[in-house]
Design a protein around this ligand. Structure first.
Ligand code: FES
Length: 114
């Protein structure tokens, strides 16, 4: 992890795509989008669509939240992934976005709030 002016800059890595530093605490979906990864976020970060899911390959986002559990249950998904609109980057992580605009042909959706 690098620092800049005393601010921690954890590294986000997308295997075979890119890696970039983000300000500690950045919402993952925005870290991805603002660094050129066209991850979907069709509900605008409201934990409704689950299109922002990422597989976590390395690193930790803390325990699965109740909001994520509810969203996965509603969609009939197992809880092996994370909702990038519900987690923040606090350490170096390696993640694989599961649905992107380029892989699905869909519009990414409204920008989630910070
Ligand atoms: S669940 Fe819809 S953007 Fe995350």
């Amino acid at each position: 992890m690098d620092t800049k002016g005393g601010i921690k800059l954890p590294k986000v890595t997308i295997p075979n795509v890119d890696s970039f530093d983000v300000e500690e605490g950045t919402k993952l979906v925005l870290a991805l989008e603002d660094n050129g990864v066209d991850v979907l976020h069709r509900c605008g970060g409201k934990a409704k669509c689950t299109t922002c899911r990422v597989e976590v390959i390395e690193g930790n986002f803390g325990p699965l939240t109740d909001i994520e559990k509810d969203a996965f249950k509603r969609k009939g998904l197992d809880d092996s992934s994370r909702l990038s609109c519900q987690v923040r980057v606090h350490e170096d992580v390696t993640v694989l976005p599961l649905k992107t605009a380029s892989s699905t042909g869909l519009d990414p959706g409204p920008r989630p709030e910070k």
